[in-house]
Design a protein around this ligand. Structure first.
Ligand code: PLP
Length: 367
């Protein structure tokens, strides 16, 4: 057996004909920039999210940057986020000209600790970016209360959480604006880079539609300085096909996660926690183990490609040295990233493969 962390081939094979047709449709229409396939995607994606407005953009990273621009983030503003995320979350804050302020995570959900946020708020704080890490939404209802109390924006980085829910409400319901990535390995993945933003506020989405396209409403009139962060219509039309399957794929991920949890329950491992009323979408099946690096290389010998998300917390990344943080500043994040192991998970993973991963993991723990 050879078990990759994410298996894209099986999924593509299962819908190959539809995908080929979707690509052909865009080519036959020479609709290569903007146009009806993008508009169809925006409508479909908004519907899937149950949020009225969506805009397709070039990546999850540009989605974050545009979200910050749309709320008017500028020089010297402060934006609070977590160091337990992919670098793009904090990178976008710096690129928008603002200052990053990190707050540690909750040890069970691994998402930003809402109880620690108020201490980090100053009169310069303009927004919080919550991250729905591994496919579990952050405590958005509590974060919304804090954002309202201090009159600051709440942005949700839902790059890993397409279809996740709290009390039946997904990303973008509790936040002012939510951002998504369709990087190929994400739960809803394109065949290249792509992203989206969603919001209940049409003004924010309109601003983003202008900013993503050189600051223009009309072809040659540019009212503001924008950039080129447009979504490729070929990607949009591929996602139009995949949107018909994402709910089923997320269900399969949950079935796999349940099997992993059942088979791993009596071991010295911290398993993913799902609070009441939350629906996880298991972009990543993250466990905490002792001797992580030994286990990782043992599994690799067995052709099982587990991963680490992520090896280095953002406050300790060389690129963020200028922020002045040091080791020990965010102990819960540091402990997570020292021990976290991501087991292979794709909707197509078979029972045999799950059992093989579990048996190998048990052997790895015992050596
Ligand atoms: C993938 C990811 C991003 C960046 O998305 P890209 O499409 O790769 O630019 C941002 N935030 C998180 C949490 C991610 O997982």
């Amino acid at each position: 057996m050879n078990i990759p962390l994410v298996d894209l081939k099986r999924q593509i094979n299962s819908i190959r004909q539809e995908i080929d047709l979707a690509i052909k449709e865009v080519i036959d229409n020479t609709a290569f920039i903007g146009g009806k396939f993008l508009e169809r995607f925006e409508k479909n994606f908004a519907k899937f999210c149950e949020i009225p407005y969506a805009a397709g953009v070039s990546s999850g990273t540009s989605a974050l940057f545009l979200a910050l621009k749309s709320i008017g983030i500028k020089q010297d503003d402060e934006v609070i986020t977590t160091p337990a995320t992919f670098i793009a979350t904090a990178e976008a804050i710096v690129n928008a000209g603002a200052k990053v302020k990190f707050v540690d995570i909750n040890p069970e959900t691994y998402n930003i600790d809402h109880n620690a946020i108020e201490k980090a708020i100053t009169n310069k704080t303009k927004a919080i970016i919550a991250v729905d890490l591994y496919g579990l939404m952050a405590n958005m209802p509590e974060l919304k209360k804090i954002a309202e109390k201090y009159n600051i924006y709440l942005i949700e980085d839902a790059a890993q959480a397409h279809g996740a829910k709290i009390s039946s409400k997904g990303p973008g319901f509790y936040s002012d604006i939510a951002t998504f990535s369709f990087y190929p390995g994400k739960n809803l993945g394109a065949f290249g880079d792509a992203g989206a933003v969603i919001s209940k506020n049409p003004e924010l989405i309109n601003k983003i539609k202008i900013l993503r396209n050189h600051g223009r409403k009309e072809k040659y009139i540019h009212n503001v300085i924008g950039d080129n962060f447009r979504m490729d219509p070929i990607q949009a039309n591929i996602l139009n096909v995949k949107l018909n399957y994402i709910t089923e794929w997320n269900k399969k991920r949950n079935i796999i996660a349940k099997k992993y949890k059942e088979l791993l329950k009596n071991l010295d491992i911290q398993l993913p926690h799902i609070p009441d009323n939350y629906e996880h979408v298991f972009h990543i099946f993250a466990i905490k183990v002792k001797n992580r690096d030994k286990i990782l290389s043992y599994l690799k010998e067995k052709q099982i490609f587990a991963g680490i998300h992520y090896p280095v917390p953002l406050h300790l990344q060389p690129a963020f040295k200028f922020l002045g943080y040091k080791k020990g500043d965010f102990p819960i994040t540091e402990e997570l990233f020292e021990n976290e192991l991501s087991l292979p998970i794709s909707p197509e993973l078979t029972d045999n493969e799950i059992e093989y991963v579990v048996e190998s993991l048990k052997n790895a723990i015992n050596i």
